[in-house]
Design a protein around this ligand. Structure first.
Ligand SMILES: Cc1cc2nc3c(=O)[nH]c(=O)nc-3n(C[C@H](O)[C@H](O)[C@H](O)COP(=O)(O)OP(=O)(O)OC[C@H]3O[C@@H](n4cnc5c(N)ncnc54)[C@H](O)[C@@H]3O)c2cc1C
Length: 382
């Protein structure tokens, strides 16, 4: 693992950080309160070049490395977790699946538009009855008479559902049970038979719509199949999804960094017993513990992104688990440093704590990550 970032990598992250502080941070509270982010803002992220960072230039992207993309995610998430997640989705996750498994035609059709911010994309795995046990999903693709297919199913917890143009949908192909029956198709949101289900009222990261999606006999042409089902297909899809996990871990870490910075400033401003509260060792140790956790999370993210493209399962699951739990601990500690003000919506900490809470759940829970880590350890590959 190379932790000696090049001057260019450092400069890039500083550029993104400066952009995010000016163009993103001032709106983060408003997006939480109104529970929406305008398309105009999303376009600003794309115009700055934050979408399609890892997409090769021949497909309209910026041809940067996954590490560059992760550094951008960190810099954006320090200003706003929601915007950090948008950057993740349009470099890793659904975009990563297209990049790794798309045909040249599929890439040419979708990737340039993703990089330009014209097409936003979501990944659709979870169902009402199948979350952690996604290999039992019931959404099904069946052949129709014209040589194509029909898609039927019900997805839940789809980030951006109803507001994005392209859905990357995991589905069972025919009746084959278990993981061997699962592949993936590309579904434009305006396809006939795609129905937007209800929005989830969420605790945090409230500017992004989390909602259900229903597919009723949606026609799928053969060229919409991203990866057909078969032995190994589900594993390949999940391997590409590791990029999303590392990206999510970095968003959690960016949120934690924001909480640490806020707590550091507050501890030096707030006086009690005629002294700044930063003079008290109890506060100092709390700040130190927050920094230790944040630094470790950050390093695990950097390690994971450099483990392969897409990243390896073990480092991805380790960083996702650690960073998600660290972000909750750090934001919770920051709230304590703020005292009663930490509990007030007039200060940013309660929002950061609510935002941080998501990462032990979305992208596979920490329990499922631990199962994956243990599997690797017990098979002697850890
Ligand atoms: C904000 C948010 C955004 C999301 N975005 C997306 C998205 O864009 N696309 C998408 O497809 N999904 C998305 N998800 C869904 C997410 O991936 C699932 O919530 C997650 O996989 C867990 O599924 P579940 O909620 O059904 O929980 P369940 O699977 O019902 O699990 C409930 C609890 O039981 C535990 N558990 C389950 N099985 C085991 C086991 N074998 N051993 C030990 N513990 C176990 C879980 O860890 C959890 O603590 C999102 C979720 C959230 C909260």
């Amino acid at each position: 693992m190379d932790l000696n970032f090049t001057p260019e990598e450092r400069r890039w992250q500083e550029e993104v950080r400066a952009f995010a502080r000016a163009e993103v941070a001032p709106f983060a509270r408003q997006w939480d309160e109104t529970e929406q982010v305008s398309r105009e803002h999303i376009q600003k992220l794309a115009d700055f070049g934050l979408f399609g960072l890892v997409i090769p230039e021949e497909y309209g992207g910026h041809g940067r490395t996954p590490l560059d993309a992760l550094l951008a995610v960190e810099a954006v998430a320090e200003s706003c977790g929601i915007s950090g997640r948008l950057v993740v989705d349009h470099n890793f996750g659904p975009t990563g699946l297209l990049l790794h498994y798309g045909s040249p035609e599929q890439k040419a059709r979708w990737l340039p538009a993703i990089a330009r911010g014209e097409v936003l994309t979501s990944i659709c795995i979870t169902e009402p009855e199948h979350g952690s046990d996604a290999n039992l999903m019931e959404t099904t693709l069946t052949p129709d008479r014209g040589g194509g297919y029909r898609l039927n199913g019900h997805k839940r917890w789809i980030t951006g559902a109803g507001e994005r143009e392209l859905y990357v949908v995991f589905t069972r192909f025919g009746q084959t049970p278990g993981a061997n029956g699962i592949g993936c198709v590309l579904v434009p949101a305006d396809s006939p038979g795609v129905e937007n289900g209800p929005r989830e009222p969420t605790l945090g990261l409230r500017g992004i719509r989390e909602a259900e999606l229903l597919f009723h006999d949606v026609p799928i042409a053969p060229d919409q199949v991203l990866l057909p089902a078969g032995p190994g297909s589900f594993g390949k899809l999940m391997r590409a999804y590791n990029g999303q996990r590392v990206g999510a871990a970095m968003v959690a870490t960016g949120i934690a960094s924001a909480a640490l910075q806020a707590a550091l400033a507050y501890a030096q401003e707030r006086h009690q017993f005629d002294r700044p509260i930063a003079d008290f060792q109890a506060i100092q140790f709390r700040l130190a513990d927050m920094a230790i956790l944040r630094d470790a999370a950050r390093l695990l993210c950097y390690r994971a992104i450099q483990s392969g493209d897409p990243p390896e399962r073990y480092p991805a699951s380790v960083c996702k688990t650690f960073a998600a739990e660290a972000a909750i601990a750090i934001t919770n500690s920051a709230l304590q440093v703020f005292g009663g003000n930490g509990y007030s919506r007039n200060y940013p900490i309660e929002r950061l704590l609510r935002d941080a809470r998501m990462f032990t759940l979305g992208g596979g829970t920490v329990e499922i990550q631990r199962m994956g880590i243990a599997h690797v350890l017990l098979s002697g590959q850890g």
